[in-house]
Write a protein that binds this ligand. Sequence first.
Ligand SMILES: NC(=O)c1ccc[n+]([C@@H]2O[C@H](COP(=O)([O-])OP(=O)(O)OC[C@H]3O[C@@H](n4cnc5c(N)ncnc54)[C@H](OP(=O)(O)O)[C@@H]3O)[C@@H](O)[C@H]2O)c1
Length: 440
Amino acid sequence: MVFSISKWRRRSRASKANPNSTQFQHGDVEASQSNTQSALLLYAVRQPYEFVTDHPIPTSKRDTELLVKVLAIGLNPIDWKAPDFNFGIPTLPYIAGREFTGTVVQAASRTNSRIRQGDIVIVPSTDYRDLRKAAFQEYSIASSFNTIRLPRNISTQAGSILGVAFVAAALALGICMGVSFEDIEGGPNLLKLVRSIDPENLPADIRKECLEGIRDDERAQKGDFLVIWGGSSTCAYTMKQLARLAGLRNISVVDSSKHGLRLSSRDHIRPDLLVDAHDPERAISIIKSATNNSARFGFDTQGKETASQLLRSLASLHCFPNHPEEYSTSKLNSKLPTPPSTPAEANPSAPRSHLVGLTGLPKGNVPEDVALHSVPIKLFHEIPEVGEALCSWAERLLVKGLLVPPDVLGTVDGLGGINAGLDRLRKREVSGGRLVAVLR
Ligand SMILES: NC(=O)c1ccc[n+]([C@@H]2O[C@H](COP(=O)([O-])OP(=O)(O)OC[C@H]3O[C@@H](n4cnc5c(N)ncnc54)[C@H](OP(=O)(O)O)[C@@H]3O)[C@@H](O)[C@H]2O)c1
Protein backbone atom coordinates (compact mmCIF):
# COMPACT_ATOMS: atom_id res chain seq x y z
CA MET A 1 0.00 0.00 0.00
CA VAL A 2 1.24 3.48 -0.83
CA PHE A 3 0.57 6.49 1.40
CA SER A 4 -0.17 9.81 -0.17
CA ILE A 5 0.87 13.08 1.43
CA SER A 6 -2.77 14.11 1.82
CA LYS A 7 -3.52 10.94 3.75
CA TRP A 8 -0.57 11.65 6.07
CA ARG A 9 -1.94 15.17 6.68
CA ARG A 10 -5.37 13.80 7.54
CA ARG A 11 -3.95 11.16 9.86
CA SER A 12 -1.53 13.54 11.52
CA ARG A 13 -4.26 15.62 13.11
CA ALA A 14 -5.09 12.71 15.38
CA SER A 15 -1.69 11.66 16.67
CA LYS A 16 -1.95 8.23 18.31
CA ALA A 17 0.77 7.50 20.81
CA ASN A 18 1.50 3.85 21.43
CA PRO A 19 -0.34 3.06 24.70
CA ASN A 20 2.30 0.53 25.77
CA SER A 21 5.22 2.81 25.34
CA THR A 22 5.59 4.98 28.44
CA GLN A 23 9.34 4.27 28.47
CA PHE A 24 9.76 5.88 25.07
CA GLN A 25 9.63 9.43 23.76
CA HIS A 26 6.87 10.97 21.69
CA GLY A 27 6.70 14.21 19.78
CA ASP A 28 4.20 16.49 18.13
CA VAL A 29 3.27 15.56 14.61
CA GLU A 30 3.17 18.65 12.47
CA ALA A 31 1.57 18.45 9.08
CA SER A 32 3.73 19.68 6.24
CA GLN A 33 2.16 22.37 4.11
CA SER A 34 4.11 21.26 1.08
CA ASN A 35 5.02 18.22 -1.01
CA THR A 36 8.61 19.38 -1.13
CA GLN A 37 11.39 19.62 1.42
CA SER A 38 15.00 20.67 1.89
CA ALA A 39 17.67 18.09 1.14
CA LEU A 40 21.39 17.78 0.45
CA LEU A 41 22.14 16.44 -3.01
CA LEU A 42 25.41 15.16 -4.37
CA TYR A 43 25.53 16.05 -8.08
CA ALA A 44 29.05 14.78 -8.77
CA VAL A 45 31.79 12.90 -6.94
CA ARG A 46 34.49 14.92 -5.17
CA GLN A 47 32.07 17.84 -4.85
CA PRO A 48 30.36 19.22 -1.74
CA TYR A 49 26.72 18.32 -1.17
CA GLU A 50 24.34 21.01 -2.45
CA PHE A 51 21.49 22.34 -0.34
CA VAL A 52 18.17 22.41 -2.21
CA THR A 53 14.72 23.40 -0.98
CA ASP A 54 12.49 21.81 -3.61
CA HIS A 55 13.18 18.09 -3.32
CA PRO A 56 10.05 15.90 -3.19
CA ILE A 57 9.10 14.46 0.21
CA PRO A 58 9.58 10.69 -0.19
CA THR A 59 6.56 8.40 -0.09
CA SER A 60 6.16 4.89 1.28
CA LYS A 61 5.87 1.95 -1.09
CA ARG A 62 5.29 -0.94 1.34
CA ASP A 63 2.93 -1.52 4.23
CA THR A 64 5.94 -1.78 6.55
CA GLU A 65 7.27 1.68 5.68
CA LEU A 66 6.80 4.84 7.68
CA LEU A 67 7.63 8.51 7.18
CA VAL A 68 9.90 10.22 9.70
CA LYS A 69 10.55 13.94 10.20
CA VAL A 70 14.29 14.08 10.82
CA LEU A 71 15.43 15.75 14.06
CA ALA A 72 19.13 14.88 14.31
CA ILE A 73 21.60 13.18 11.96
CA GLY A 74 24.77 11.35 12.96
CA LEU A 75 27.68 12.08 10.61
CA ASN A 76 29.50 8.91 9.56
CA PRO A 77 32.87 8.38 7.86
CA ILE A 78 31.07 6.95 4.80
CA ASP A 79 29.36 10.34 4.26
CA TRP A 80 32.68 11.90 3.22
CA LYS A 81 34.54 8.81 2.01
CA ALA A 82 31.87 7.80 -0.53
CA PRO A 83 32.03 11.06 -2.54
CA ASP A 84 35.79 11.51 -2.07
CA PHE A 85 36.71 7.98 -3.19
CA ASN A 86 33.73 7.38 -5.49
CA PHE A 87 32.26 4.26 -3.99
CA GLY A 88 28.85 3.37 -2.60
CA ILE A 89 27.10 5.93 -4.80
CA PRO A 90 24.54 4.02 -6.87
CA THR A 91 23.15 7.04 -8.71
CA LEU A 92 23.59 10.78 -9.17
CA PRO A 93 22.27 13.04 -7.86
CA TYR A 94 22.65 11.10 -4.64
CA ILE A 95 21.35 11.65 -1.11
CA ALA A 96 23.63 10.41 1.68
CA GLY A 97 23.25 10.10 5.44
CA ARG A 98 23.15 6.77 7.23
CA GLU A 99 21.56 7.40 10.61
CA PHE A 100 19.18 9.74 12.34
CA THR A 101 16.52 10.28 14.93
CA GLY A 102 13.13 11.71 14.09
CA THR A 103 9.41 11.79 14.75
CA VAL A 104 7.15 9.31 12.99
CA VAL A 105 4.68 11.53 11.10
CA GLN A 106 3.07 8.68 9.19
CA ALA A 107 2.97 5.18 10.65
CA ALA A 108 3.17 2.00 8.61
CA SER A 109 -0.19 0.75 7.44
CA ARG A 110 0.50 -2.72 8.81
CA THR A 111 -1.28 -2.59 12.16
CA ASN A 112 0.90 -4.93 14.22
CA SER A 113 3.90 -2.63 13.99
CA ARG A 114 5.79 -1.73 17.18
CA ILE A 115 6.03 1.81 15.86
CA ARG A 116 3.19 4.35 15.99
CA GLN A 117 2.64 7.85 14.72
CA GLY A 118 4.23 10.37 17.11
CA ASP A 119 6.97 7.99 18.33
CA ILE A 120 10.46 9.47 18.36
CA VAL A 121 12.72 6.87 16.81
CA ILE A 122 16.31 5.96 16.00
CA VAL A 123 16.80 4.90 12.39
CA PRO A 124 19.96 3.12 11.22
CA SER A 125 19.61 3.65 7.47
CA THR A 126 21.79 0.89 6.05
CA ASP A 127 19.89 0.65 2.75
CA TYR A 128 22.06 3.21 0.92
CA ARG A 129 20.67 2.29 -2.50
CA ASP A 130 17.22 3.59 -1.58
CA LEU A 131 17.48 7.39 -1.57
CA ARG A 132 14.09 7.71 0.11
CA LYS A 133 15.71 6.29 3.25
CA ALA A 134 18.73 8.62 3.37
CA ALA A 135 19.21 10.95 6.34
CA PHE A 136 20.32 14.16 4.60
CA GLN A 137 16.77 15.40 4.05
CA GLU A 138 13.96 16.78 6.19
CA TYR A 139 11.74 13.72 5.79
CA SER A 140 12.91 10.16 5.36
CA ILE A 141 11.31 6.76 4.84
CA ALA A 142 12.14 3.89 7.21
CA SER A 143 10.97 0.31 7.51
CA SER A 144 9.24 -0.30 10.82
CA PHE A 145 11.53 -3.31 11.37
CA ASN A 146 14.54 -0.97 11.04
CA THR A 147 13.26 1.51 13.61
CA ILE A 148 14.13 1.71 17.31
CA ARG A 149 11.93 3.71 19.67
CA LEU A 150 13.95 6.32 21.57
CA PRO A 151 13.87 5.71 25.34
CA ARG A 152 13.27 8.65 27.68
CA ASN A 153 16.80 8.44 29.11
CA ILE A 154 18.48 9.16 25.75
CA SER A 155 18.60 12.48 23.87
CA THR A 156 17.70 12.74 20.20
CA GLN A 157 21.31 13.73 19.48
CA ALA A 158 22.82 10.73 21.27
CA GLY A 159 20.26 8.43 19.65
CA SER A 160 21.22 9.67 16.19
CA ILE A 161 24.75 8.23 16.42
CA LEU A 162 23.99 4.82 17.80
CA GLY A 163 22.28 2.91 15.02
CA VAL A 164 24.90 1.99 12.42
CA ALA A 165 27.47 1.05 15.05
CA PHE A 166 24.91 -1.11 16.86
CA VAL A 167 23.86 -2.94 13.71
CA ALA A 168 27.44 -3.50 12.53
CA ALA A 169 28.59 -4.77 15.93
CA ALA A 170 25.57 -6.99 16.49
CA LEU A 171 25.86 -8.61 13.05
CA ALA A 172 29.63 -9.06 13.35
CA LEU A 173 29.21 -10.77 16.70
CA GLY A 174 25.95 -12.59 16.00
CA ILE A 175 26.59 -13.81 12.45
CA CYS A 176 30.35 -13.78 11.81
CA MET A 177 31.38 -14.90 15.30
CA GLY A 178 28.22 -16.85 16.10
CA VAL A 179 27.47 -15.25 19.48
CA SER A 180 23.94 -15.96 20.69
CA PHE A 181 22.31 -13.03 22.52
CA GLU A 182 19.45 -15.13 23.91
CA ASP A 183 20.67 -14.76 27.51
CA ILE A 184 20.97 -10.98 27.23
CA GLU A 185 17.51 -9.47 27.62
CA GLY A 186 16.07 -12.13 25.34
CA GLY A 187 18.18 -11.03 22.38
CA PRO A 188 18.33 -12.93 19.10
CA ASN A 189 20.32 -15.99 18.17
CA LEU A 190 21.04 -14.50 14.76
CA LEU A 191 22.84 -17.47 13.30
CA LYS A 192 19.95 -19.79 14.21
CA LEU A 193 17.52 -17.23 12.85
CA VAL A 194 19.17 -16.84 9.43
CA ARG A 195 19.71 -20.59 9.14
CA SER A 196 16.00 -21.15 9.67
CA ILE A 197 15.16 -18.96 6.67
CA ASP A 198 14.81 -20.47 3.20
CA PRO A 199 18.31 -19.94 1.74
CA GLU A 200 16.75 -18.67 -1.47
CA ASN A 201 15.41 -15.70 0.51
CA LEU A 202 18.85 -14.71 1.77
CA PRO A 203 20.68 -12.21 -0.48
CA ALA A 204 22.95 -14.26 -2.75
CA ASP A 205 26.11 -12.30 -1.95
CA ILE A 206 25.89 -12.93 1.80
CA ARG A 207 24.29 -16.40 1.75
CA LYS A 208 27.58 -18.21 2.21
CA GLU A 209 28.54 -15.99 5.14
CA CYS A 210 25.19 -16.71 6.81
CA LEU A 211 25.14 -20.45 6.19
CA GLU A 212 28.79 -21.50 6.21
CA GLY A 213 30.76 -18.61 7.68
CA ILE A 214 31.28 -20.29 11.02
CA ARG A 215 30.72 -23.84 12.24
CA ASP A 216 28.63 -24.48 15.34
CA ASP A 217 31.64 -25.80 17.26
CA GLU A 218 33.56 -22.61 16.51
CA ARG A 219 30.99 -20.09 17.79
CA ALA A 220 32.28 -17.59 20.34
CA GLN A 221 31.51 -18.51 23.95
CA LYS A 222 31.78 -16.80 27.32
CA GLY A 223 35.43 -16.29 28.25
CA ASP A 224 36.74 -16.24 24.66
CA PHE A 225 39.05 -13.40 23.71
CA LEU A 226 37.95 -10.77 21.19
CA VAL A 227 40.73 -8.54 19.87
CA ILE A 228 39.50 -5.17 18.55
CA TRP A 229 42.06 -3.34 16.42
CA GLY A 230 41.03 0.30 16.17
CA GLY A 231 39.35 0.17 19.56
CA SER A 232 38.68 3.92 19.68
CA SER A 233 36.13 3.94 16.87
CA THR A 234 32.40 4.31 17.30
CA CYS A 235 31.71 0.79 16.05
CA ALA A 236 34.30 -0.52 18.51
CA TYR A 237 32.56 1.41 21.28
CA THR A 238 29.34 -0.50 20.66
CA MET A 239 31.11 -3.77 19.94
CA LYS A 240 32.81 -3.69 23.34
CA GLN A 241 29.52 -3.25 25.15
CA LEU A 242 27.80 -6.13 23.35
CA ALA A 243 30.86 -8.38 23.68
CA ARG A 244 31.08 -7.69 27.39
CA LEU A 245 27.36 -8.49 27.83
CA ALA A 246 28.03 -11.78 26.04
CA GLY A 247 30.89 -12.59 28.43
CA LEU A 248 33.74 -12.21 25.94
CA ARG A 249 37.04 -10.79 27.16
CA ASN A 250 38.06 -7.86 25.03
CA ILE A 251 41.49 -6.65 24.06
CA SER A 252 41.52 -3.17 22.59
CA VAL A 253 44.34 -1.94 20.37
CA VAL A 254 44.39 1.87 20.27
CA ASP A 255 46.59 4.93 20.31
CA SER A 256 46.73 4.82 24.08
CA SER A 257 48.13 8.35 24.47
CA LYS A 258 45.00 9.62 22.75
CA HIS A 259 42.35 7.19 23.97
CA GLY A 260 43.81 5.14 26.84
CA LEU A 261 42.46 7.10 29.77
CA ARG A 262 38.99 7.59 28.27
CA LEU A 263 38.59 3.90 27.45
CA SER A 264 39.97 2.71 30.78
CA SER A 265 37.87 4.98 32.94
CA ARG A 266 34.41 3.97 31.79
CA ASP A 267 32.92 0.75 33.06
CA HIS A 268 30.83 -0.10 30.00
CA ILE A 269 33.73 0.12 27.52
CA ARG A 270 36.73 -0.72 29.69
CA PRO A 271 38.80 -3.37 27.91
CA ASP A 272 40.21 -6.35 29.75
CA LEU A 273 43.52 -5.44 28.17
CA LEU A 274 44.46 -2.15 26.52
CA VAL A 275 47.31 -2.42 24.01
CA ASP A 276 49.05 0.56 22.42
CA ALA A 277 48.98 0.48 18.61
CA HIS A 278 52.10 2.58 18.07
CA ASP A 279 54.37 -0.44 17.49
CA PRO A 280 52.25 -3.13 15.80
CA GLU A 281 54.87 -5.84 16.27
CA ARG A 282 54.97 -5.18 19.98
CA ALA A 283 51.15 -5.12 20.07
CA ILE A 284 50.98 -8.52 18.35
CA SER A 285 53.59 -9.88 20.74
CA ILE A 286 51.65 -8.64 23.78
CA ILE A 287 48.35 -10.09 22.55
CA LYS A 288 49.80 -13.50 21.73
CA SER A 289 51.61 -13.66 25.03
CA ALA A 290 48.68 -12.45 27.16
CA THR A 291 46.26 -14.88 25.55
CA ASN A 292 48.74 -17.72 25.31
CA ASN A 293 48.06 -17.64 21.58
CA SER A 294 44.40 -18.48 22.14
CA ALA A 295 42.54 -15.39 20.85
CA ARG A 296 40.22 -16.74 18.15
CA PHE A 297 38.12 -13.66 17.41
CA GLY A 298 39.19 -10.36 15.88
CA PHE A 299 37.37 -7.19 14.79
CA ASP A 300 39.19 -4.54 12.79
CA THR A 301 37.72 -1.05 12.30
CA GLN A 302 40.54 0.61 10.37
CA GLY A 303 41.57 -1.11 7.13
CA LYS A 304 43.52 -3.76 5.32
CA GLU A 305 46.86 -3.05 6.97
CA THR A 306 45.63 -3.18 10.55
CA ALA A 307 43.47 -6.19 9.68
CA SER A 308 46.68 -7.94 8.57
CA GLN A 309 48.25 -7.13 11.91
CA LEU A 310 45.17 -8.36 13.70
CA LEU A 311 45.33 -11.59 11.70
CA ARG A 312 48.77 -12.23 13.12
CA SER A 313 47.49 -11.70 16.67
CA LEU A 314 44.95 -14.50 16.39
CA ALA A 315 45.43 -18.14 17.23
CA SER A 316 46.74 -20.06 14.26
CA LEU A 317 49.03 -23.00 13.77
CA HIS A 318 50.36 -21.37 10.62
CA CYS A 319 50.40 -17.70 11.18
CA PHE A 320 53.20 -17.02 13.57
CA PRO A 321 55.46 -18.63 16.15
CA ASN A 322 53.55 -19.38 19.32
CA HIS A 323 56.06 -17.73 21.62
CA PRO A 324 56.85 -14.04 21.35
CA GLU A 325 60.52 -14.59 22.15
CA GLU A 326 60.82 -16.51 18.89
CA TYR A 327 60.30 -13.35 16.91
CA SER A 328 60.99 -10.51 19.34
CA THR A 329 64.66 -10.43 18.35
CA SER A 330 64.11 -10.63 14.62
CA LYS A 331 63.34 -7.60 12.50
CA LEU A 332 59.83 -8.06 11.21
CA ASN A 333 58.21 -5.86 8.65
CA SER A 334 54.50 -5.23 8.18
CA LYS A 335 54.16 -7.95 5.53
CA LEU A 336 52.32 -11.10 6.41
CA PRO A 337 54.48 -13.51 8.35
CA THR A 338 56.46 -16.47 7.18
CA PRO A 339 55.33 -19.84 8.59
CA PRO A 340 56.83 -21.12 11.83
CA SER A 341 60.10 -22.96 11.48
CA THR A 342 58.59 -26.32 12.43
CA PRO A 343 55.65 -26.78 10.08
CA ALA A 344 52.50 -27.41 12.05
CA GLU A 345 50.02 -30.08 11.08
CA ALA A 346 46.69 -28.61 10.07
CA ASN A 347 43.79 -30.23 11.83
CA PRO A 348 40.70 -29.54 9.72
CA SER A 349 38.35 -30.28 12.61
CA ALA A 350 40.02 -27.85 15.07
CA PRO A 351 38.07 -24.66 15.62
CA ARG A 352 39.33 -21.88 13.36
CA SER A 353 39.94 -18.27 14.29
CA HIS A 354 37.60 -15.64 12.83
CA LEU A 355 38.53 -12.12 11.76
CA VAL A 356 35.89 -9.54 10.83
CA GLY A 357 37.04 -6.50 8.84
CA LEU A 358 34.75 -3.48 8.76
CA THR A 359 36.61 -1.73 6.03
CA GLY A 360 39.14 -4.09 4.49
CA LEU A 361 40.66 -7.54 4.90
CA PRO A 362 44.11 -9.03 4.31
CA LYS A 363 44.62 -10.31 0.80
CA GLY A 364 46.51 -13.57 0.30
CA ASN A 365 48.71 -15.54 2.72
CA VAL A 366 45.80 -16.14 5.04
CA PRO A 367 46.30 -19.33 7.06
CA GLU A 368 43.66 -21.95 6.41
CA ASP A 369 42.72 -22.06 10.09
CA VAL A 370 41.65 -18.40 10.07
CA ALA A 371 38.37 -17.42 8.40
CA LEU A 372 37.86 -13.86 7.15
CA HIS A 373 34.50 -12.13 7.29
CA SER A 374 32.83 -8.94 6.10
CA VAL A 375 29.77 -7.79 8.00
CA PRO A 376 26.60 -8.87 6.12
CA ILE A 377 25.04 -5.50 6.85
CA LYS A 378 22.20 -5.87 4.34
CA LEU A 379 20.63 -8.60 6.51
CA PHE A 380 19.36 -5.72 8.61
CA HIS A 381 17.24 -4.11 5.90
CA GLU A 382 16.63 -7.05 3.57
CA ILE A 383 15.50 -9.66 6.10
CA PRO A 384 12.67 -8.20 8.22
CA GLU A 385 13.02 -10.91 10.90
CA VAL A 386 16.63 -9.87 11.48
CA GLY A 387 15.85 -6.13 11.50
CA GLU A 388 12.93 -6.55 13.89
CA ALA A 389 14.88 -8.84 16.24
CA LEU A 390 17.76 -6.36 16.43
CA CYS A 391 15.60 -3.24 16.83
CA SER A 392 13.32 -4.63 19.53
CA TRP A 393 16.40 -5.97 21.36
CA ALA A 394 18.12 -2.57 21.10
CA GLU A 395 15.06 -0.97 22.73
CA ARG A 396 15.30 -3.33 25.70
CA LEU A 397 19.04 -2.78 26.10
CA LEU A 398 18.68 1.00 25.88
CA VAL A 399 15.80 1.20 28.35
CA LYS A 400 17.83 -0.79 30.90
CA GLY A 401 21.00 1.21 30.31
CA LEU A 402 22.81 -1.91 29.10
CA LEU A 403 23.70 -0.16 25.86
CA VAL A 404 25.08 3.37 26.07
CA PRO A 405 25.27 5.57 22.94
CA PRO A 406 28.65 6.93 21.86
CA ASP A 407 29.71 10.48 22.73
CA VAL A 408 28.32 13.44 20.81
CA LEU A 409 31.47 15.49 20.25
CA GLY A 410 29.78 18.50 18.70
CA THR A 411 26.88 19.67 16.57
CA VAL A 412 26.39 21.49 13.30
CA ASP A 413 23.39 23.57 12.42
CA GLY A 414 20.91 21.88 10.11
CA LEU A 415 21.45 20.32 6.70
CA GLY A 416 23.35 23.45 5.70
CA GLY A 417 26.04 22.76 8.32
CA ILE A 418 26.80 19.21 7.16
CA ASN A 419 29.49 20.03 4.57
CA ALA A 420 31.51 21.87 7.21
CA GLY A 421 31.01 19.00 9.66
CA LEU A 422 32.24 16.47 7.09
CA ASP A 423 35.30 18.65 6.46
CA ARG A 424 36.16 18.25 10.14
CA LEU A 425 35.89 14.47 9.75
CA ARG A 426 38.16 14.61 6.67
CA LYS A 427 40.75 16.54 8.65
CA ARG A 428 40.67 13.92 11.42
CA GLU A 429 39.44 16.46 13.94
CA VAL A 430 36.73 14.12 15.21
CA SER A 431 37.89 11.21 17.30
CA GLY A 432 36.22 9.06 19.94
CA GLY A 433 32.63 9.93 19.02
CA ARG A 434 30.53 11.63 16.38
CA LEU A 435 29.28 15.00 15.16
CA VAL A 436 25.55 15.51 14.91
CA ALA A 437 23.60 17.76 12.56
CA VAL A 438 20.63 19.20 14.44
CA LEU A 439 17.55 20.03 12.37
CA ARG A 440 14.80 22.36 13.51
N1 LIG B 1 31.11 -2.67 6.51
C1 LIG B 1 30.16 -2.08 7.21
O1 LIG B 1 29.03 -2.49 7.20
C2 LIG B 1 30.53 -0.89 8.04
C3 LIG B 1 29.65 -0.44 9.04
C4 LIG B 1 30.03 0.63 9.82
C5 LIG B 1 31.26 1.26 9.60
N2 LIG B 1 32.06 0.83 8.60
C6 LIG B 1 33.38 1.45 8.37
O2 LIG B 1 34.18 1.08 9.47
C7 LIG B 1 35.10 2.10 9.78
C8 LIG B 1 34.94 2.48 11.25
O3 LIG B 1 33.68 3.10 11.42
P1 LIG B 1 33.36 3.96 12.72
O4 LIG B 1 32.06 4.60 12.49
O5 LIG B 1 33.53 3.11 13.90
O6 LIG B 1 34.53 5.04 12.63
P2 LIG B 1 34.79 6.39 13.46
O7 LIG B 1 34.31 6.23 14.83
O8 LIG B 1 34.25 7.56 12.72
O9 LIG B 1 36.38 6.51 13.34
C9 LIG B 1 37.21 5.40 13.32
C10 LIG B 1 38.62 5.81 13.59
O10 LIG B 1 39.22 6.30 12.39
C11 LIG B 1 40.19 7.28 12.71
N3 LIG B 1 39.93 8.44 11.86
C12 LIG B 1 39.03 9.42 12.04
N4 LIG B 1 39.09 10.32 11.03
C13 LIG B 1 40.04 9.88 10.20
C14 LIG B 1 40.58 10.36 8.98
N5 LIG B 1 40.16 11.50 8.41
N6 LIG B 1 41.56 9.65 8.40
C15 LIG B 1 42.02 8.51 8.94
N7 LIG B 1 41.54 8.00 10.11
C16 LIG B 1 40.57 8.67 10.71
C17 LIG B 1 40.01 7.64 14.18
O11 LIG B 1 41.15 7.21 14.88
P3 LIG B 1 41.80 8.13 15.98
O12 LIG B 1 40.74 8.37 16.99
O13 LIG B 1 42.93 7.36 16.51
O14 LIG B 1 42.17 9.40 15.28
C18 LIG B 1 38.76 6.90 14.61
O15 LIG B 1 38.86 6.32 15.87
C19 LIG B 1 34.80 3.24 8.83
O16 LIG B 1 35.68 3.15 7.74
C20 LIG B 1 33.38 2.96 8.37
O17 LIG B 1 33.10 3.51 7.11
C21 LIG B 1 31.74 -0.24 7.83
